[in-house]
Design a protein around this ligand. Structure first.
Ligand code: GLY
Length: 293
């Protein structure tokens, strides 16, 4: 439950859902033990840590996002600056890095020795691998490793004024193709937020969340009258089959959602998945099991 205390402190002090959710994610981005987010994230197939993040505000449906960002300590804060300072939603690669530098975002070498060791261990399975050569075959070989290809942090916060915000951040799949953007930086796939109906955010196999426009589907289901649990269940159950994904590869998907009144649900296709929850009636944030689809 890394970061939950920091988010709680913002809300208890009367702060906004946006500040609370960003505070949670910034702590996760600094945690070297989380190899799917920020500092310590696993690198892509050529050894670079590439980061995606997004922010969406439910009151106005404004959004900001980055994908393929390198060498920046807090991608989530750059995504927030895209929302606040640009007439755009998504910046990628060199443009995202240029904007981060323009905003004075803190830089950092995001590759840790631990993440680098896992990256190199994977490459041992490909003795002829040449990072300057074709990469597609190597990516397909390594993506079958179930322990290293999925993960993300996603946060939904609802503040004292009932304002909803979704925030996501990830380093994406280990050994991904350079430039691969997952669901995390894509509004409607990895997160979606509309104060009239609710908010949703996803982790797991991002390609499926993109193909199913998963976060938007959940909020859309609430719009058309599903309660928050049914919206999560039906949207997950309706995801496209794993066509095109190498045989035998596990494709877990997790979704959390909050409705406009503050009711919530957390669903997963993985039997061990949990989520962190806190509201003003709880002394401490709690780790809870998800409902399995
Ligand atoms: N859900 C994170 C990713 O697929 O990159």
């Amino acid at each position: 439950m890394v970061g939950m205390e920091e988010g709680r402190a913002v809300l208890e002090a009367g702060g906004s859902a946006l500040d609370a959710a960003e505070a949670v994610v910034r702590v996760v981005e600094d945690n070297p033990e989380d190899h799917t987010v920020g500092y310590g994230g696993y690198p892509n197939i050529v050894g670079q840590v590439e980061l995606d993040a997004a922010v969406m505000i439910g009151a106005t449906r404004q959004a900001g996002a980055v994908a393929g960002l390198r060498g920046v300590r807090h991608p989530v804060s750059v995504a927030r600056l895209v929302l606040e300072q640009l007439p755009h939603v998504l910046l990628v690669g060199e443009g995202a890095m240029r904007f981060a530098a323009e905003c004075g975002a803190e830089t950092r070498d995001m590759l840790t020795p631990e993440a680098d060791a896992v990256y190199r261990k994977g490459l041992h399975r490909l003795p002829d691998f040449d990072p300057a050569g074709p990469l597609a075959e190597a990516v397909s070989e390594l993506v079958v490793d179930p322990d290293h290809v999925t993960g993300t942090v996603n946060v939904i916060a609802r503040d004292g004024q009932g304002r909803l915000v979704t925030v996501t951040s990830t380093s994406g799949w280990a050994w991904k193709y350079p430039g691969r953007a997952g669901d995390t930086g894509l509004i409607g796939a990895g997160n979606y937020c509309d104060d009239r109906y609710g908010a949703a955010a996803c982790t797991g196999w991002g390609e499926l969340a993109i193909r199913g426009a998963l976060a938007h589907s959940v909020v859309q289901a609430m719009k058309y009258g599903h309660d928050v649990a049914a919206a999560c269940h039906d949207s997950l159950a309706d995801l496209p089959a794993a066509a095109g994904i190498p045989q035998g590869v596990d494709t877990p998907i997790n979704v959390i959602a909050v409705d406009a009144a503050g009711g919530h649900a957390a669903y997963s296709t993985s039997p061990t998945a949990r989520y962190a929850y806190w509201d003003g009636d709880l002394a401490e944030p709690e780790a809870r099991p998800r409902t399995i689809v």
